[in-house]
Design a protein around this ligand. Sequence first.
Ligand SMILES: Cc1ncc(COP(=O)(O)O)c(C=O)c1O
Length: 183
Amino acid sequence: MTSLTDRKNAAISRGVGMTTQIYADRAENSEIWDKEGNRYIDFAAGIAVVNTGHRHPRVIEAVKAQLDRFTHTCHQVVPYENYVELAERLNAIVPGNFAKKTIFVTTGAEAVENAVKIARAATGRQAVIAFSGGFHGRTFMGMALTGKVVPYKVGFGAMPADVFHAPSRSRCTVRLSNSRSAC
Ligand SMILES: Cc1ncc(COP(=O)(O)O)c(C=O)c1O
């Protein structure tokens, strides 16, 4: 029988790197069970985005309630109240004594791209500084900001201009504690 890894390698672009070969079957709070029934503690949480744990009852309840009403209208075409309400709730908890606004996007790379657009439009300045060793996404500005060439940028040609990299202090600390002299 063909293994899931063989099927994955045949069906999915190799640009999608994978950290493990554990295929999730189900998950509950901080635990994951794989297809063979092995049980794991999930320290990754979808790279720190499942902060409520897997299948939090209030999340499940909210998703079910939404699916019973409608799935998608595209807010830019037909807006809906809970989109506005979520922005209001986020704005209320962000620190700072000034008015805030929110934009919702689908991926981390899209968030990074839009942060650069907003900063450039607001300041009229072009240059962006990122840290060495950091990862910012697979779009072109995400790649340009990413502070590692291999494997992220190899073979993809010219990167957007006006992006500069500074050494990261935390990386220096790690290296110095390993008795290396330079950052
Ligand atoms: C710090 C950081 N920025 C940006 C991204 C890109 O996010 P996405 O893969 O959702 O575009 C990631 C993804 O791992 C990330 O860890």
